[in-house]
Design a protein around this ligand. Structure first.
Ligand code: NAD
Length: 468
C-alpha cells in the first residue's frame, strides 16, 4: 500500500524512464520545495479553545506564483498535501498555465463547525500565511478545493487585503472568489466543464472508442458520478445537457440509481431539503455508496476524494472509461488492474485542470483590473452589425432574426472564459494522445500525461540555465 505522495512519485518515476533528462534534474522536479506546517488556536462558539492543524506546501517555484487549492477535511495530512501540490505542478505544465504547484489543507470537518467558526479558522490560516510570506499575487495563490468554495475565498482575500493595505493587486492573492470580490464568470463550473471537454475529446477518437467497444461521441453514454459537490455536480450537469444519461450519483450517505437518468439539480434540492438522497423520485437508493461505482456503465467519474478505487474493487468496476475528476481517486494497484483489463483511465492531472485554467484567467483579470470583454464587446457588436447589413445589401437576402443575434453578438466574459477553457482542454488532450501515438510502448494515458509534464518543467529549468 502506497501513501498518496508515494503513488505520485511512482507514476512520476515510471514516466521519467521514457525521458532523457538528467537524474538530478528529475529529483529536483519531484521534490516539494517548501513545506509549512502550522498549529494555531481558535476559540469555538462554546468557549472551548481548539488547536487547528494546517498545511501549505509549495511544490515548485520553477514558475511563480505557486498555485493550488485549500482543502478542509478531517483526513488532511502532510503526505496528502504534498501529493496534491506535486500534481498541481504537473497539471499547470500540461495545460500551459505559468504557475508552480502548491496546495493547502486544514484538518477540520466543515460539517462539525458553525459558519462563524469556519470564518475564524480561515482568517487565522490566512494571517499565518501572510506572516510567513506564503501568500500573495506574485508568491502563492490559493483556490477552492474539497470542502471550500467562494465563501472561504472571500474571507481569504478580505483578510489579505486588510493586512496589506494599499497593495493594488491584492485581489490576485486568491482565485475562486465571488464575482463581487474580483472573481471571474465561469470559475465555479470550470473543473466540471473541463472534465466534460476532456472526455468529449477522447470520445471523438474513433480508434480509441473502437478498442473500448464504444461508439464515438457523448450522446447516449451511461455515466456514474461519485460526489455531488462542486466538481461532481457540474460534471453531471454538462454530460446530461450534452445527451449523456447520468444513471447513478453516489454521495457519502448512499447512492441514487435510475437507469433513465438523474437530474443533478433536482437531486441536489432533494438532498438539501431531506438531508439524504433516499426516496429521490423514480430512483433506487443504494445505502452502501461505494457499491454504485461497480454498476454497469460506460464512463465512471470519481469526483469526491482520493484512493476510492484500489486493488480490491478495481476488478469489479464495469466502466469502459474511468475519468478522474477528483485528485488521486485510483491507487497504483487499481491503475495496473485497469491497464490489464483494457479500461481507459483519463488521468486527474490534466482532466481536472479546468479549475486552475480558469483560476489563471481570474488572476490575469485581477492584475489587469478590468473585466474580460469590457473594452471590445460593444465595438465587435457594431462592426458585426455593419458587416451583416452590408452583406444583406450586396446579396439582397435578409438574415433570420436568430442568425442576426448569433452573428452580431460580442463576447461577454463568460463566452471568453468558456472558449479559453475549451481550447485548453482540447489541446491538452490532443498533446497527450499524440505522445501515446508516437510511442506505443507507453502503457497508459497517465504515463503519457506525466511525460508531457516532466518535459515541460525540465525545459523551463534548463532554459533558466540552472541545469545544462
Ligand atoms: P466538494 O467539497 O465541493 O465536493 C465533494 C463531494 O464529495 C461532497 O459533496 C461530499 O459529500 C462528497 N463525498 C465525500 N465522501 C464521499 C464518498 N465516500 N462517496 C461519495 N461522495 C462523497 O469538493 P470539490 O471541489 O467538488 O472537489 C472534489 C474533488 O475534485 C477533490 O478531489 C478535489 O481535489 C478535486 N478538484 C477540485 C477542483 C475544484 O475546482 N473545486 C479542481 C480540481 C480538482
Amino acid at each position: 500500500m502506497y501513501s498518496f505522495f508515494e503513488s505520485v512519485e511512482r507514476s512520476f518515476n515510471k514516466a521519467a524512464e521514457y525521458t532523457k533528462w538528467d537524474k538530478g534534474l528529475l529529483e529536483q522536479i519531484k521534490a516539494c520545495n517548501s513545506i509549512y506546517t502550522m498549529r494555531f488556536p481558535v476559540k469555538m462558539d462554546d468557549g472551548r479553545i481548539e488547536v487547528i492543524e494546517a498545511y501549505r506546501v509549495q511544490h515548485s517555484q520553477h514558475k511563480t506564483p505557486c498555485k493550488g487549492g485549500i482543502r478542509f477535511s478531517g483526513e488532511v495530512n502532510q503526505d496528502e498535501v504534498m501529493a496534491l501540490a506535486s500534481l498541481m505542478t504537473y497539471k499547470c505544465a500540461i495545460v500551459n498555465v505559468p504557475f508552480g504547484g502548491a496546495k493547502g489543507g486544514i484538518k477540520i470537518n466543515p460539517r462539525n463547525h458553525s459558519t462563524y467558526e469556519l470564518e475564524k479558522i480561515t482568517r487565522r490560516y490566512t494571517a499565518e500565511l501572510v506572516k510567513k510570506n506564503f501568500i500573495g499575487p506574485g508568491i502563492d495563490v490559493p483556490a477552492p478545493d474539497y470542502g471550500t468554495g467562494e465563501r472561504e475565498m472571500a474571507w481569504i482575500v478580505d483578510t489579505y487585503a486588510s493586512l496589506k493595505p494599499g497593495e493594488i493587486d491584492a485581489a490576485g492573492c486568491v482565485t475562486g472568489k465571488p464575482i463581487s470580490q474580483g472573481g471571474v464568470h465561469g470559475r465555479k463550473e470550470a473543473t466540471g466543464l473541463g472534465v466534460f471537454f476532456g472526455v468529449r475529446e477522447v470520445c471523438k477518437n474513433a480508434n480509441t472508442m473502437k478498442k473500448l467497444g464504444l461508439t464515438t461521441g457523448i450522446e447516449g453514454k451511461r455515466i456514474i458520478v461519485q460526489g455531488l459537490g462542486n466538481v461532481g455536480y457540474h460534471c453531471a450537469k454538462f454530460f446530461r445537457e450534452n445527451g449523456a444519461i447520468v444513471i447513478a450519483i453516489a454521495e457519502y450517505e448512499g447512492a441514487v440509481y435510475n437507469e433513465n437518468g438523474i437530474n443533478e439539480e433536482e437531486l441536489f434540492q432533494h438532498r438539501k431539503t431531506t438531508g439524504s438522497g433516499n426516496n429521490f423520485k423514480d430512483s433506487t437508493f443504494i445505502p452502501k455508496s461505494s457499491d454504485a461505482l461497480e454498476l454497469d456503465c460506460d464512463i465512471l467519474i470519481p469526483a469526491a476524494l482520493e484512493n476510492v478505487i484500489d486493488g480490491n474493487n478495481a476488478p469489479r468496476i464495469k466502466a469502459k472509461i474511468v475519468a478522474e475528476a477528483a485528485n488521486g481517486p485510483l491507487t497504483p494497484e487499481a491503475d495496473e488492474v485497469f491497464v490489464n483489463r483494457g479500461i481507459l483511465v483519463i488521468p486527474d492531472m490534466y482532466l481536472n485542470a479546468g479549475g486552475v485554467t480558469v483560476s489563471y484567467f481570474e488572476w490575469l483579470k485581477n492584475l489587469s483590473h478590468v473585466r474580460y470583454g469590457r473594452l471590445e464587446k460593444r465595438f465587435t457588436e457594431s462592426m458585426n452589425h455593419h458587416i451583416l447589413t452590408e452583406l444583406e445589401l450586396l446579396t439582397g437576402k435578409e438574415a433570420s432574426a436568430k442568425a442576426r443575434k448569433l452573428i452580431e453578438h460580442g463576447a461577454d466574459e463568460i463566452d471568453l472564459v468558456h472558449s479559453g477553457l475549451e481550447e485548453t482542454m482540447i489541446s491538452a488532450t490532443q498533446e497527450i494522445m499524440e505522445i501515446m501515438q508516437e510511442n506505443p510502448t507507453i502503457p497508459d494515458m497517465r504515463t503519457a500525461a506525466y511525460i508531457c509534464a516532466i518535459n515541460k518543467v525540465a525545459l523551463s529549468y534548463t532554459e533558466l540555465g540552472i541545469f545544462p
